[in-house]
Design a binder for this molecule. Sequence first.
Ligand code: ZN
Length: 233
Amino acid sequence: MRVAIISDIHSNLEALQSVLFAIDDLRPDSIYCLGDIVGYGPYPNECVALVRERCAASVKGNHDSGVLGETPLAYFNQYGRRAVEWTKDRITSGNLAYLERLPLTQVIDDITLAHASPMKPEQWNYVFAWPEAKKAFRAFATTLCFIGHTHVPVMVGEDSKINIFRKNCRHLINIGSVGQPRDGNPRASFCLLDTEAWTCEIHRVEYNIERTAQAILDAHLPEFLARRLFQGI
Ligand code: ZN
């Protein structure tokens, strides 16, 4: 089975369309989404519509939860909060109902999907380093667990080896972000897993950042949210 996995789209339609174009070229069997479909960017309804249409499964992210009023505004920094409020005013009831139905975690075959961490997923804990990753391994029973949330792609084996995908080893894989990469590489990120060849690759895709940044400014969202896209921070 070949599966493409996307995460942290953040209402960035240009990035999502470019990633889906690249994914279609690879012809996977399914596409899964790890949440944060909305927040920060100017196209929440278009992005939710595309995920609904193209993804066989999705889990809920903290920004999706914020727009639903499930995660309080006080949780977010000033940019996130402003974007959550902006999105709340514009999202359609149908798209809101879709976000509301998303689970916090989902298990498909031997794969767990979670937005931030499989451990207490409702707390949106960040998995940045080995101590948190070690705890996260105890919170899922499958061989693989895919997460997003930090917007920084990294692969961790249960034996603590980083960025080496091996057989007979459980892995926690952060697939990076489609719509707001933060690893210094501004290109959109997604993951392709092949369970037969046993490969797991992070792909990076160019998209039209200028157009997205202009749309953020035109929407009167914070200017920093436009600027950071050029630097991938
Ligand atoms: Zn995010």
